[in-house]
Ligand binder design. Structure first.
Ligand code: RVP
Length: 417
């Protein structure tokens, strides 16, 4: 007989954090957002530590080289998508790895330039790098760079062509890989993980997506260096409507975090987890991290910025950016949404618009400030401390209503009597 899980499937909107005591040494400036990307022995440091717990989704509409550069400068990591020929993904990785901060710095100052044009694979202007933007250590004090000071970049891979794609991506300089699947709890992914770990033991490779502890443990035992959590919660995702598969993102993260901790106790190995999709408000990032995620992955959030791939279009109410799912007819990513062949028989994603939000640097700075101040209210200066001391409460519908302003806002037209 089918098993009914006792816990109701819950999402982020159903929770709030309670403030904890804030001591004098705990301030936004002292909050340290470093977090491990890669599996490591307890007590040791992860081979790659994100400077800030943000990664961008493995999606055509999101993770361009320009976005990867901007995000790495701000301490996070992009995973360039694999829904393109191997040589195109390789060219994208090269674009990120070949604009090093120090080289750009040297050229801009030596040649007294204000900006540096960065060409794409076909030699078209991809994006200019400005002196004040690319090189100012004060503006980007914590970039995510490798030992040679090159920005780090990740790449999505799939269980179909990994034996050709992985070596090509590594030759181009990819720093981390991630198997990209809407359902990672399967033998195909375990076999593919085993193959990558056997042939390229040095390269970090993540797995997913999963929504429960059993599936996490399966991938961790197969060698995953991190595991992504989330099925059906993405803003463009209709998998739950189409297949009846998924789980509320909060429940999924809580369950997988408990399994990660049990795995750590049993093996002495810490396997980071990533909350992927369904982060609608900035405060959802803090909730995901408090519930146990080591870092988050976002699509809609990053798709709104200049650096994302979608076209910027005018509307009567301002600008929007295009944003489409990997399971939509526009992306047709059959490698992620395996339905038994090389074609999508039905869509699992939609094609739409998101409000335009300008430049990534400014948007992410604001989100990061909110995260820091939330952690201060919760009395934490590090992410491990935050998740071990966080107190969360479920909210009723009435208290959810109470959370919002209940006056007429000044910029709302007042009816004339
Ligand atoms: P969101 O941040 O809510 O936009 O969600 C992004 C996530 O949604 C991706 O990282 C991926 O896991 C998932 N996704 C991508 N495409 C689709 C789809 O077409 N259903 N879903």
């Amino acid at each position: 007989m089918a098993q009914i899980i006792a816990e109701v499937s819950r999402t982020f909107n159903e929770f709030l954090l309670l403030p904890n005591r804030t001591r004098p040494d705990c301030s936004a400036a002292t909050v340290d957002l470093r977090t491990p990307l890669v599996r490591h022995t307890v007590g040791e440091t992860s081979a790659i530590e994100l400077r800030s717990p943000f990664t961008s989704a493995i999606m055509q509409a999101v993770s361009t080289p320009a976005l990867a550069i901007a995000l790495a400068r701000n301490g996070g990591l992009s995973f360039l998508h694999h829904n393109q020929p191997i040589q195109d993904q390789v060219a994208a990785v090269r674009q990120v790895k070949n604009t090093t901060l120090s080289e750009a710095d040297a050229r801009l100052w030596d040649e007294r330039l204000d900006r540096l044009p960065v060409p794409d694979a076909e030699d078209h202007l991809e994006h200019p790098v400005f002196r004040s933007g690319s090189t100012d250590n004060k503006r980007f004090p914590n970039p995510l760079v490798d030992a040679a000071q090159r920005l780090r970049v990740g790449a999505g891979i799939n269980t179909h062509d990994y034996q050709e794609r992985v070596p090509a991506l590594l030759a181009a300089g990819a720093d981390a890989l991630c198997f990209d699947s809407s359902d990672g709890y399967g033998d195909w992914q375990a076999q593919a993980l085993t193959w990558v770990k056997k042939h390229y033991p040095e390269i970090p490779v993540g797995g997913g997506n999963v929504v429960d502890g059993e599936a996490f443990t399966f991938l961790a035992e197969a060698g995953a260096d991190f595991v992504k959590v989330g099925v059906g919660g993405g803003s463009i995702c209709i998998t739950r409507d189409q297949k009846g598969i998924g789980r509320g993102q909060a429940s999924a993260v809580l369950d997988v975090a408990a399994a990660r901790d049990a795995f750590r106790e049993r093996t002495g190995e810490y396997v980071p987890i990533c909350s992927d999709g369904g982060l609608v408000h900035d405060y959802h990032v803090a909730l995901a991290l408090a519930m146990g995620a080591d870092f988050v992955m976002m699509g809609r959030y990053f798709a709104r910025f200049d650096q994302a791939a979608g076209a910027k279009l005018p509307t009567r109410d301002g600008f929007v950016k295009e944003y489409w799912g990997e399971g939509s007819n526009r992306a047709r990513n059959w490698q992620r949404y395996g339905q038994g062949g090389r074609e999508l028989v039905f869509e699992e994603g939609v094609d739409g618009y998101v409000p335009y939000a300008g430049d990534l640097d400014e948007g992410l700075a604001l989100t990061t400030t909110k995260l820091r101040t939330t952690m201060v209210s919760c009395g934490s200066t590090t992410l491990p401390e935050f998740r071990s001391t966080a107190r969360l409460t479920l909210v009723s519908e009435q208290s959810f209503q109470e959370s919002h302003a209940s006056v007429t806002l000044r910029d709302t037209p007042t009816p004339v009597r």
